[in-house]
Design a binder for this molecule. Structure first.
Ligand code: DSN
Length: 491
């Protein structure tokens, strides 16, 4: 394998204005320092820590300085509850521009008829979507008007009727251990409380989604909402098939593309693998593979757009105008051809990482990847996910432990480690570096021994053989130095 240089078509944005951004950050930190030096110090330290570690958390990335700088303005000071042109506060003319531009970029980028840029996070985006689907689909007096009326205008009888109708709606989503997300009906989340919920899993042998079984589960359960999307499933999904299943049982297809929105934006997932034309409602975060600020978005087909548009104040508090502005900037970046090259490289790098693990004898859930995620089963190293995560962190490799299907160690200790390629790809890592990352990870895990506690094996304790952390730190330092985070940015 030969090293692939990061060409200007795949490099992350920012180097071209690094001097200006450096001056802006130096000035900002000086001002912060004069008011609360501990915050300035923690902010500086965070940059140093991020620069010095191998960030492999699949849901993280590095937003460009333009995106980050956009968040630090007085747009934060404005209240703007309501929607574009219809606010509950005066003086929202500039926020209207900001929100319109963010929504316009989102519609153009994803080819969606309607986009809502207000959600503060992924869970907020999903709550907006749930309420919009309920408001559109469930027949109950007062429900359709809920967004338009102030909630206090509904009578107690209306509310009683609403509660009865809403309480038993059904939601079918991917189970957490198969790679689904907490907000897709998992019990500790409100989605698992507000809906009568069931999960679909993956094939126990292959770890792959079984569309026939999913269709059978949908026929039997007849959900109002079929949720597609995942946060730890290392494969692509055929959303056209999910829509067929939803249509057959009269369900609304809601897809949460938070993890892979960057691959959709970058046209790596097209046709049946692009959820936007198939789903009635699509939600996403903006900070993962999409490489924007921390926040959410909802895209909707026209029949759901009125209800989604009432997300604030139905579900959301005042919009974060500074973050919507940063979403607009990030979405503008994602519309550049360089973002498509980046997204392709994210997927290619995940394959290189998976191949790197497989050729060193490691076991991967589903046997590989075709998105940005690699899920390593660490039981073959005799470890729990918790032990592996901590040992890797000791060596400067930042990951997160994750359940694997039918996980014997449960959701706290787990048996898996989830890896993702978006962040290090932004730094410029290519296939050669990701093969080396696999080698370093395997080195750490081979040199980690679970500690036996007197009362039985502890699922959290371990020892790392002497010299391992230093060896891995040194090897990663070389790769990190060759692929600097925010090149040219000096504080
Ligand atoms: N916390 C995100 C993840 O790590 O996948 C999802 O919310």
């Amino acid at each position: 394998m030969t090293a692939e240089p990061v060409t200007s078509s795949t490099a992350a944005p920012g180097a071209e204005y690094a001097d200006t951004a450096s001056a802006a950050y130096r000035a900002a930190l000086q001002v912060i320092e004069s008011v609360e030096p501990r915050i300035a110090a923690a902010t500086r330290k965070e940059l140093a820590d991020q620069r010095d570690s191998l960030k492999l958390i699949a849901s993280e990335n590095y937003a460009s300085p333009a995106v980050l700088l956009t968040m630090g303005t007085w747009l934060s000071d404005k209240y703007a509850e309501g929607t574009i042109g219809h606010r509950f506060y005066a003086g929202c003319q500039n926020v209207d521009v900001v929100e319109s531009v963010a929504a316009e970029h989102a519609r153009e980028l994803f080819g969606a008829p309607y986009a809502y840029a207000q959600p503060h996070s992924g869970i907020d985006a999903n709550l907006v979507a749930f309420w919009a689907i309920l408001a559109t689909r469930v027949e109950a007096p007062g429900l359709a008007e809920l967004g338009a009326k102030h909630v206090n205008d509904l009578s107690e009888t209306d509310w009683e009727s609403l509660r009865n109708k809403l309480g038993n709606q059904r939601l079918l989503g991917m189970s957490l251990d198969a790679g689904g997300h907490l907000t897709h009906g998992f019990r500790p989340n409100i989605s698992g409380k507000m809906f009568h919920q069931r999960s679909y899993g993956t094939d126990p042998e292959t770890g792959l989604l079984d569309y026939d079984k999913l269709a059978a589960a949908a026929r039997e359960f007849k959900p109002l909402i079929l949720v597609g999307g995942y946060s730890a499933y290392p494969r692509r999904v055929n959303f056209a098939k999910l829509r067929e299943i939803a249509d057959e049982v009269g369900a609304t297809l809601m897809v949460d593309m938070a993890h892979f929105a960057g691959l959709v934006a970058g046209k790596v997932f097209t046709g049946d693998e692009d959820p936007v034309p198939h789903a009635h409602v699509t939600t996403t975060t903006t900070h993962k593979s999409l490489r924007g600020p921390r926040g959410g978005l909802v895209l909707a087909q026209p029949e759901y757009s009125d209800a989604v548009d009432k997300g604030c104040p139905m579900v959301l508090g005042g919009p974060l105008s500074h973050v919507m502005a940063a979403k607009a900037v990030a979405l503008a970046e994602a519309r550049q051809p360089s973002f498509q090259a980046y997204a392709q490289r994210v997927a290619d790098n995940a394959k290189a990482l998976a191949e790197g693990f497989l050729k060193r004898g490691a076991r991967l859930v589903t046997g590989g990847t075709d998105n940005h995620i690699v899920l390593l089963d660490v039981t073959s190293f005799g470890l729990t996910g918790r032990q592996a995560e901590s040992a890797l962190l000791d060596a400067g490799v930042v990951t997160n432990r994750n359940s694997i299907p039918a996980d014997p160690n449960g959701a706290w200790y787990t048996s898996g480690i989830r890896f993702g390629t978006p962040a290090l790809t932004t730094r410029g890592f290519g296939a050669t570096e990701f093969d080396r990352v696999a080698e370093l990870v395997v080195d750490v895990l081979n040199n980690t021994t679970p500690t036996q506690a007197s009362s039985g094996p502890s699922k959290a304790k371990y020892t790392l053989a002497d010299g391992t952390a230093e060896r891995v730190h040194a090897a990663s330092a070389e790769m990190l130095a060759a692929n600097p985070l925010y090149p040219g940015l000096t504080l």
